[in-house]
Design a protein around this ligand. Structure first.
Ligand SMILES: *Cc1c(COP(=O)(O)O)cnc(C)c1O
Length: 468
C-alpha cells in the first residue's frame, strides 16, 4: 500500500480555528464578522500555492496578511494627491479646488435637513435651483437659469428639451470630441435630435446657416472651440450675425461655452475667454457652461438665458435625472457669492489664484523645496530648478501656456534603462503618503509647483519617507 500524498492543507489552520485567534477576534470587533471571514477566505485561497513553505508558522503569517488586507480595503480609495502636472484644471485629478467658503457651506447642509426644496417664506414646496438661480442671473445678466450635474448634461438636456426629433444646425468646424466619449454628433442622436452640419472644417459662412434653415430646424448651435484651435485659412460667422439670423426665423440660438468664466481673466494676466454675459449680449438665447472649470467651483452645468426656454428645460423629465444634489448647490452658491467682489477673486478662488500665480514666487518656492526632494532622491537622480510652462487644462485655451517653475528630475541611468528608471521614480512619487503626480516628458520627470499650496507639508513628505 502506498502512503497517501501529504495534503499541503494539513499545515494550514482551518478557517474556524483562525477566526478564534485573539488577533482575529479583535479585527472582528472593528470590522464585523462577515467582513473578516470573507477576507480570511480570500487570504487562505491566495496562500495555497505557497503552503509547503509556510506550513509551520502559517497561522501567524495568515493573521498578518488578513490584517494588512483589511487595512487596504478599509482605506479610502478616493484620496487627495498633489497635482504637480502643470495642468491646473486637470479632469483626472478632480479639476478646480474649492474655496473654504464652499467647504463650510457643504458642511452646514450635509449633516441634517435643509430647505433644499422648501420655500421658507410661504411654507410651500420650493425649487432646488433657486438657491443659485438668482446669483447666476445677477452675474450673467440672464433673465433665468437652471443647473444640472455637469455641462455635458446641460447640453444633452437643452437638446432634448428644445430640439427633440428636429434639426440642430452646427458648423462642421465645431463637431468636437471632448474626451471620455463625449462626441457632439453622438450626443445629438442620443438626445433625440438630428444634426445638420454646415460649412467645412475650416470655413463656415453665415449663408451656410441661412441655406440650412427649414421647417425642421429647432436650433442654431455654436460650440466654443475649447480643446483645439483651427488656424490659417478660416472663417466663421460673427455671433451677432448668427443671433440676428436665428431671430429673423424665430429659432433659438444657443452657445455651449464649455469653460465659461464669470469674470474678465485678462485682469489677472490670463488669456481672454468668452463670458456668458458677452454671449448673451451678442444675442444668444441660451448659454451653457461648466462649474468646475474656470469658474473654480464644484462639478455642475449651468444653463442661462431666455425665461421661456429655461422653463421648458426645467419641465423636461430628464432634468430630474440630472439634478444637482444639495452639496453641489451649497458649494456652487458659496462660490458664486465670491464673484460679487471681483477685486478679491484671486485671493478667494483657489483655481484662479493658482492660474494667476506669477512665475517669480513659484521659482522662489522651487528654490526652497528643491533641497528636500534632492536629498530624498539621493544618487538615484539629478534634480534641477527649472523654468517650465503650465496649462490651464480642461480644454480651456489649449494653446496658451503660463510661465511657471518647478523641479526637473532626471534619473541617473544609462540611456537604455532611462525609461524604466523614470517610470520607477514616478511610481515612487505616487506611493508617497500623499501621492505626488508629475509629468514625464523629454526623458525627465517635471514637478510644476504652480499648484503647490502647502509648502511645509510637501517638504515633510520627503523628509519622513525613507525609500531605498
Ligand atoms: C468641458 C466642455 C463640456 C463638458 O463639460 P463638463 O462640465 O465637463 O461636463 C462641454 N462642452 C465644451 C465646449 C466643453 O469645453
Amino acid at each position: 500500500m502506498r502512503a497517501a500524498p501529504r495534503d499541503a492543507r494539513a499545515g494550514l489552520p482551518s478557517v474556524d480555528r483562525l477566526m478564534n485567534r485573539p488577533e482575529i477576534v479583535e479585527l472582528i470587533g472593528a470590522h464585523g464578522r462577515s467582513m473578516v471571514l470573507s477576507v480570511a477566505r480570500e487570504v487562505l485561497a491566495a496562500s495555497r500555492p505557497q503552503l509547503e513553505a509556510v506550513a509551520a508558522d502559517a497561522a501567524l503569517d495568515l493573521v498578518q496578511a488578513i490584517a494588512a488586507r483589511l487595512q487596504t480595503l478599509m482605506a479610502d480609495s478616493l484620496r487627495p494627491v498633489l497635482n504637480l502636472t502643470g495642468t491646473v484644471l486637470h479632469t483626472n485629478l478632480g479639476r478646480a479646488p474649492l474655496p473654504p467658503e464652499a467647504l463650510e457651506a457643504i458642511a452646514r447642509v450635509a449633516s441634517g435637513a435643509s430647505n433644499l426644496e422648501f420655500d421658507l417664506a410661504t411654507g410651500k414646496r420650493g425649487e432646488r435651483d433657486d438657491h443659485v438661480a438668482q446669483w447666476l442671473c445677477r452675474l450673467t445678466g440672464a433673465p433665468a437659469s437652471a443647473v444640472v450635474n455637469n455641462n455635458a448634461a446641460a447640453v444633452v438636456l437643452l437638446l432634448n428639451a428644445l430640439a427633440l426629433r428636429r434639426e440642430v444646425i452646427v458648423s462642421r468646424g465645431e463637431l468636437i470630441e471632448l474626451g471620455g466619449s463625449f462626441r457632439l454628433p453622438d450626443i445629438m442622436s442620443r438626445a433625440g435630435c438630428r444634426l445638420r452640419e454646415v460649412g467645412t472644417t475650416n470655413r463656415t459662412h453665415l449663408r451656410d446657416f441661412a441655406d440650412a434653415i427649414g421647417p425642421q430646424t429647432a436650433l442654431i448651435m455654436k460650440v466654443h472651440a475649447s480643446n483645439y484651435r483651427i488656424e490659417g485659412f478660416t472663417a466663421e460667422p460673427d455671433e451677432r450675425e448668427l443671433a440676428a439670423l436665428a431671430r429673423s426665423h424665430g429659432i433659438p440660438f444657443v452657445i455651449d461655452l464649455g469653460s465659461g468664466t464669470l469674470t474678465d481673466l485678462t485682469r489677472f494676466g490670463l488669456p481672454a475667454e468668452p463670458t456668458p454675459d458677452q454671449a448673451l449680449a451678442n444675442g444668444a438665447d441660451l448659454v451653457t457652461f461648466s462649474g468646475d472649470k474656470l469658474l473654480g467651483g464644484p462639478q455642475a452645468g449651468m444653463l442661462v438665458g431666455r425665461a421661456d426656454l429655461i422653463e421648458r428645460i426645467r419641465r423636461n423629465p430628464l432634468k430630474r435625472a440630472m439634478r444637482c444634489d444639495k452639496l453641489t448647490l451649497a458649494a456652487l452658491g458659496a462660490v458664486l457669492r465670491l464673484y460679487s467682489n471681483p477685486d478679491r477673486l484671486i485671493e478667494r478662488v483657489p483655481a484662479l489664484r493658482q492660474l494667476a500665480r506669477p512665475r517669480a514666487p513659484i521659482e522662489a518656492l522651487a528654490q526652497r523645496v528643491g533641497p528636500a526632494v534632492a536629498r530624498w532622491l539621493g544618487d538615484r537622480a539629478h534634480l534641477s530648478i527649472a523654468p517650465m510652462f503650465s496649462q490651464i487644462g480642461s480644454g480651456s485655451l489649449p494653446l496658451d501656456t503660463l510661465p511657471s517653475f518647478g523641479l526637473r528630475i532626471e534619473p541617473r541611468a544609462t540611456k537604455r534603462s532611462a525609461g524604466s528608471a523614470l517610470g520607477r521614480l514616478a511610481t515612487q512619487l505616487r506611493h508617497l503618503p500623499t501621492p505626488v503626480i508629475g509629468r514625464v516628458s523629454d526623458g525627465a520627470l517635471w514637478l510644476d509647483l504652480r499648484c503647490l499650496d502647502d509648502e511645509a507639508a510637501f517638504v515633510r513628505l520627503f523628509e519622513t519617507d525613507i525609500t531605498p
